[in-house]
Design a protein. Structure first.
Length: 342
């Protein structure tokens, strides 16, 4: 028995010692070293600040382009409060820019016959495309206010112009490139047509609208004595805006190619827009034809109608400015067969 007591005592002592031993405290987790924030590049100066720097200063501007190649190698860039001309004969990045491009451009300012412009251009960086362009709007009675250095380089819209005249005071007809015309015949308010604004959408060889219209263009300057010489540079024929830009249906829709089971509806709008024709046997109409392609001359063939029957027809057209709609007018089928080839 005495031989058994000693091992038991030793075992009991060991267990008691283990029970009293405390676990070692866990080492605290090492906190990650703070990461320094990436340095924020300073925003480029506003165009207003760049203009204040004056000729000879190298500046960086950020803004939205308001014209494309219809003004040749010249681009106007503006932000919400100011604009600046940018010109280069060699910078291909500049020449690819179109209206709505958001850009950052660096270059040196110079005075070109009164116009403050960036030339030479050191770098062009396109940031985005499709940005909205702010347009300063003034009634024609107050157009003198935008022929001023405060608006140089900005896109303006003169509303309610009634005529465009030659320097001799005669009505403008076929417009010529690199030629000045007078808004409402006023010599201090010229519009200059750029020789590069050609083609179907250009201004060269186009006839200005009759009646009342708006004129959109960038404010530029050309003077050899340092004062005055402000002029508006429209870009495309669409810058002569009739009816506020709405499609504006001209006259009533008319039926052509009438036969026993149908006819073709034709109408014209002052500005391009989509084509929509609604028709039916009553003024409630009920059937619709939609053509999404914008056009000024709208043509829709209506078929599967009943012979010798009157149908009500209403047309409408939509573009970015809104929708123009006619009243419903009656159109009549007859009892003739459809002409061959139609």
């Amino acid at each position: 028995m005495k031989q058994l007591l000693l091992p038991a005592l030793l075992l009991s002592t060991t267990l008691a010692a283990q029970a009293q031993r405390k676990p070692a405290p866990a080492k605290p987790a090492t906190a990650p070293a703070p990461v320094a924030p990436a340095p924020v590049a300073p925003a480029p100066p506003t165009i207003t600040a760049a203009r204040a720097a004056g000729p000879g200063a190298t500046v960086t501007i950020r803004g939205t382009v308001t014209n494309g190649p219809e003004l040749g190698q010249l681009r106007f860039v503006q932000d919400k409060v100011a604009g600046l001309a940018v010109f280069s004969t060699t910078n291909s990045d500049l020449h690819t820019l179109v209206p709505g491009d958001s850009v950052q451009i660096t270059g040196t300012l110079k005075n070109y016959n009164g116009l403050l412009e960036m030339d030479p251009v050191a770098s062009v960086s396109k940031i985005a495309s499709g940005r909205p362009v702010t347009v300063v709007e003034v009634p024609a009675a107050e157009m003198n206010t935008v022929f001023d250095d405060a608006y140089e380089g900005r896109l303006v819209r003169i509303k309610g112009v009634t005529s465009l005249a030659t320097a001799a005071g005669t009505p403008a007809e076929s417009l010529k490139g690199n030629t000045n015309y007078l808004l409402n015949g006023q010599k201090n308010n010229p519009v200059r047509i750029h020789v590069a604004s050609t083609g179907e959408k250009g201004l060269v060889d186009k006839t200005p609208p009759t009646g009342t219209f708006d004129v959109v263009g960038s404010v530029s300057q050309f003077t050899q004595n340092g004062t005055g010489g402000y002029q508006i540079l429209p870009r495309l024929s669409s810058d002569f805006v009739v009816a506020g830009g709405l499609p504006a249906i001209e006259g009533e829709p008319v039926p052509t190619n009438v036969y026993r089971n149908g006819f073709t509806v034709v109408f014209q709008t002052a500005n391009p827009g989509t084509t929509k024709v609604e028709y039916g046997k009553t003024s409630a109409l009920g059937t619709v034809v939609d053509l999404p392609a914008p056009t000024r001359l709208h043509t829709v063939e209506i078929s599967n109608l009943e012979p010798n029957t009157s149908y009500y027809v209403r047309v409408s057209s939509t573009n970015a400015a809104g929708t123009s709609r006619s009243a419903a007018v009656p159109m009549l089928t007859d009892n003739k067969k459809k002409p061959v080839g139609r």
